[in-house]
Design a protein around this ligand. Structure first.
Ligand code: NAD
Length: 266
């Protein structure tokens, strides 16, 4: 069989990156990276279900997408509650008729402690949100999506030592593993990929690093010496997420990509 693509088989970039007709659930979509992904997907034509624990935040994001001409609803949902996650998928289908994209984005861990000082509760809370809820999200998405894709938001913390955040790093390493196995088990029906964002100064980022104001933030940005010269934005992650969930990435599955402004020279 020829692997060449005839010129007639090249759709336009607008078609390749369009999410027209797709229905996406984005967990943790009330602010930060999840909000960036939800807004980018809506701008690309998806109908978006913005889900997070804080109902007022997701309703505000959804209302603002609608005000910009998109289609979205906000749904309050704690992703560590399995029944609520199943109800979230059913709400998406009731509202928009189908489900084709699921983004496991809700996550983060404010506790910064060496492994030896971490309490059992802190470990359990971190793994429940950052690992177990991703597995539940994958299982739920696989149950309700006929064909489509799943995107897991991981972290570079899962790929090396992270003194003070070993619990979070272990959970995110687990997410990278889940992405690989789920991609193999669900292909070719559902693609499964991941993104490891670099530093994006969201609420959880500021809390975890003890950043109190813009001066602290600017000093941290300078000290971190990111090759691209700045922290990332939710849009930087939203555009990478759009590629991975769009028809343009129809042959991409099982990948976890770092989107982080460049790797620092050693
Ligand atoms: P954020 O604090 O700005 O937003 C987190 C979102 O998740 C919020 O909408 C919050 O309501 C929601 N959330 C938290 N717990 C939840 C729960 N139990 N159920 C439902 N929703 C819940 O954080 P962010 O920086 O945008 O983080 C998003 C993802 O990106 C996380 O998985 C995080 O680990 C990952 N990440 C962030 C960075 C960064 O620099 N910001 C870097 C690497 C990875």
């Amino acid at each position: 069989m020829s692997t060449e693509t005839s010129p007639a088989a090249y759709p336009s970039p607008a078609q390749l990156f369009s999410l027209d007709g797709q229905v996406a659930v984005v967990t943790g979509g009330g602010r930060g990276i999840g909000e960036g992904i939800a807004r980018t997907f809506a701008a690309a034509g998806a109908r978006v279900v913005v889900a997070a624990r804080r109902t007022a935040e997701v309703e505000a994001v959804a209302a603002s997408i609608v005000a910009d001409g998109g289609e979205a609803i906000g749904v309050g949902c704690d992703v560590t509650d399995d029944a609520a996650v199943d109800a979230l998928a059913r709400t998406a289908i009731d509202a928009f008729g189908s489900l084709s994209i699921w983004v496991n984005n809700a996550g983060g861990s404010p506790a910064r402690k060496p492994l030896t000082e971490l309490s059992r509760d802190e470990w359990d809370q971190c793994t429940a949100l950052n690992l177990t809820a991703v597995w539940v999200g994958i299982v739920t998405a696989a149950k309700y999506i006929e064909t489509g894709s799943i995107l897991n938001i991981s972290s570079g913390a899962g790929t090396g030592p992270v003194p003070g955040s070993g619990h979070y790093g272990a959970a995110k390493a687990g997410v990278n593993s889940l992405t690989m196995t789920a991609s193999a088990e669900l292909a070719p029906r559902v693609r499964v990929n991941g993104i490891m964002p670099g530093a994006i100064p969201t609420e959880i980022f500021r809390t975890a690093l003890g950043i109190r104001n813009d001066d602290d933030l600017a000093a941290t940005e300078q000290a971190w010496n990111i090759p691209m010269g700045r922290f990332g934005t939710p849009l930087d992650i939203g555009t990478a997420a759009l590629f991975l969930c769009s028809p343009a990435a129809g042959w991409v599955t099982g990948e976890t990509w770092r989107i982080g402004g460049g790797a620092k020279p050693r």
